[in-house]
Design a protein around this ligand. Structure first.
Ligand code: ATP
Ligand code: MG
Length: 396
């Protein structure tokens, strides 16, 4: 079988958004994101009505980089589907039929007996209709490969579009979907080294929410392995989002104070409230509107409705919890698809498991927590932790 000879990639944008007034803005945002994701590859972006085309730069051989371009563009939110294509300048149905037959020869499974052609003609000035184009192209493909047309349930489908851009294709992959990153307000993701929080971040990116990330660590109790893990998880998110800011805040001193002075069953909730207070302050400096966590209702003792209420009480902005109603199995499947799972399951020292009691409070009361916190030098601890803030920019 010959290679398909792909020389471009076509991206389709969710039709729904294209009809709104903000279409231009939406497409500009998407193209900017796409440019960041394909940076370093010798490809360029062309925008057409309803289609985005990726083309190799002059002098570069597309064959070597098509798979990588497809993989990267497949992580661009706002794109509903994508196809590797054979692009041409000719709109002559005979030329298109020839290209379609060649492509079919290279890609149709040998067992296939039926096919159909799906034709579109965005360029309304062409001297043929879409069904006519489909018929002409289908005739050539059928003859060359000895296949029969089946419009209902074909074993194989060839697409042809007469534009510009004009191209033939035989494969359509689902895109990342959602909204382009930047279409929604900004979120600060609280990233632990666990399975849930990277998935929570990915869900929000998919809704168009640009992320910064904060991780709380406990030096010297948490070491370089935990740090490396968080960096790698950010790299995974950056493959979908482009470069992102990672803020590291040490909370060991604060944890020692909690251990010393607070009732043991409240330990984890007190840590969480500290994290939320610190994250809110950081979000304030960075002009970020909401916090994002990987919490899921009832998953662990700190995530009962009562305890989530206690955590929420110290926030000065919304805490978004995209996984609140997800089962662990669903989250794991998503983590595997995103590419974070294998990193998350590596063992590490977790700052939240430091000094935690065997029997945590399941239904804490805000009053009890306030009382415990009144015994701690709250403002000093928060200020000292923020003084030691370290910020990195993580590239994909
Ligand atoms: P994960 O898999 O995300 O760790 P989890 O089920 O282990 O979740 P917890 O450890 O109770 O749940 O944490 C709940 C949420 O709190 C996490 O999803 C994360 O958003 C936040 N969180 C916990 N620990 C940290 C940390 N050290 N730094 C930043 N955020 C954290
Ligand atoms: Mg965790």
């Amino acid at each position: 079988m010959a290679e398909p000879g792909y020389n471009a990639v076509v991206l389709r944008v969710g039709e729904l958004f294209l009809k709104k007034d903000n279409r231009r803005w939406f497409v500009d945002l998407l193209v900017g994101n796409l440019a960041r994701l394909i940076r370093g590859l010798p490809w360029k972006i062309e925008v057409h009505q309803g289609r985005i085309l990726l083309l190799p730069q002059a002098g570069s051989d597309p064959a070597a980089t098509v798979p990588e371009v497809l993989a990267r563009a497949g992580r661009c939110f706002g794109i509903s589907s994508l196809s590797p294509v054979v692009r041409t300048d000719s709109t002559d149905p005979t030329v298109l039929g020839g290209l379609a037959a060649e492509l079919a020869e290279a890609t149709v499974p040998p067992t296939a007996k039926t096919f159909r052609v799906t034709a579109r003609r965005p360029n309304k000035r062409l001297p043929y209709t879409s069904p006519e184009l489909g018929g002409l192209v289908g005739h050539q493909v059928g003859q060359r490969l000895g296949l029969a047309v089946d419009l209902g349930r074909p074993e194989f489908e060839i697409g042809v579009e007469a534009g510009p851009p004009t191209f033939v294709y035989s494969e359509t992959r689902p895109g990342a979907g959602g909204l382009p990153v930047g279409a929604s307000g900004r979120g600060l993701l609280l990233l632990s080294g666990g399975i849930d929080s990277p998935v929570a971040g990915h869900r929000m990116l998919r809704r168009g929410c640009p992320l910064e990330v904060v991780h709380f660590h406990s030096p010297p109790y948490t070491g370089p392995a935990a740090r490396a893990k968080v960096l790698e998880l950010c790299q995974v998110l950056a493959r979908w989002a482009g470069p992102l800011h990672l803020h590291l805040i040490p909370i060991s001193e604060l944890q020692l104070q909690v251990k010393e002075h607070a009732p043991r069953p409240l330990t984890v909730l007190l840590y969480r409230r500290f994290m939320v207070r610190l994250a809110c302050r950081l979000a304030g400096f960075r002009q970020i509107q909401a916090l994002i966590t990987g919490e899921s209702l009832g998953q662990v003792a700190s995530q009962t409705m009562e305890n989530l209420t206690c955590i929420e009480a110290v926030a000065d902005r919304p805490i978004l919890r995209p996984l609140i109603a997800y089962d662990k199995e669903e989250t794991i499947r998503l983590a595997q698809a995103i590419g974070s799972y294998e990193i998350s399951i590596r063992p590490h020292e977790d700052s939240c498991s430091l000094f935690v009691p065997r029997h945590p409070e399941i239904r804490a009361k805000i009053k009890e927590l306030n009382r415990a916190e009144a015994l701690l030098p709250l403002d000093r601890l928060l200020a000292e932790a923020l003084d030691r803030l370290e910020t990195l920019v993580v590239e994909p």
